[in-house]
Design a protein around this ligand. Structure first.
Ligand SMILES: [Fe+2]
Ligand SMILES: [Fe+2]
Length: 170
């Protein structure tokens, strides 16, 4: 199997359209597509140093907040994202079982505030937490899990982008 989870499928754009079709929160809201795109970009930047599995990080970015019922705490949106990922697997992307388990753990546990995990999972969580500037929270290195995630230059770079509402290309 290719390391690219979209190899042999319609691609990232098709997955995002599928996610959009079932989304009940605001597509343009604080947990919407611009956030996902920044999480993906943050993840790519971190993965260059952490060695995280980029395919898993990318899928995490587009899926982790896809099953929210609202933009509040919604504590079970992580486990719901895992169910949705299982549904989409084999139709919009594929991952070997071990990689899918990383994606599932990253999604399921991303709201719990844990700071220690396997490196791909930790990279997913940092990519998400580095975008807290969009809700007025400066990312705190104590709640970031990887050395590049805690790098002040990376925090400032991500903060500026989230404050500006920057939307990286998909
Ligand atoms: Fe979330
Ligand atoms: Fe998020």
């Amino acid at each position: 199997m290719s390391t690219d989870p979209f190899q042999g499928y319609a691609g990232r754009g098709a997955l995002i359209e599928r996610v959009k079709a079932r989304l009940v929160i605001d597509w343009r809201g604080i947990h919407g597509v611009a956030h996902w795109a920044r999480v993906a970009a943050n993840g790519r930047r971190l993965a260059g140093t952490t060695g995280a599995d980029l395919g898993v990080v990318e899928l995490f970015a587009w899926l982790h907040d896809s099953c929210r019922h609202d933009d509040g705490r919604d504590p079970d949106h992580g486990p719901r994202a895992v169910d949705f990922a299982r549904e989409l697997r084999g139709e919009f992307f594929d991952l070997e079982e071990a990689r899918f388990e990383l994606l599932a753990a990253a999604c399921e546990l991303h709201t719990r505030g844990q700071t220690e995990a396997e490196v791909t999972i930790a990279t997913c969580w940092d990519a998400d937490r580095l975008d807290l500037g969009r809700v007025g929270t400066v990312p705190d290195p104590r709640y970031l899990c990887t050395p590049p995630g805690r790098d002040p230059d990376v925090i400032q770079w991500a903060l500026a982008r989230s404050l500006a509402g920057h939307e990286p290309g998909r």
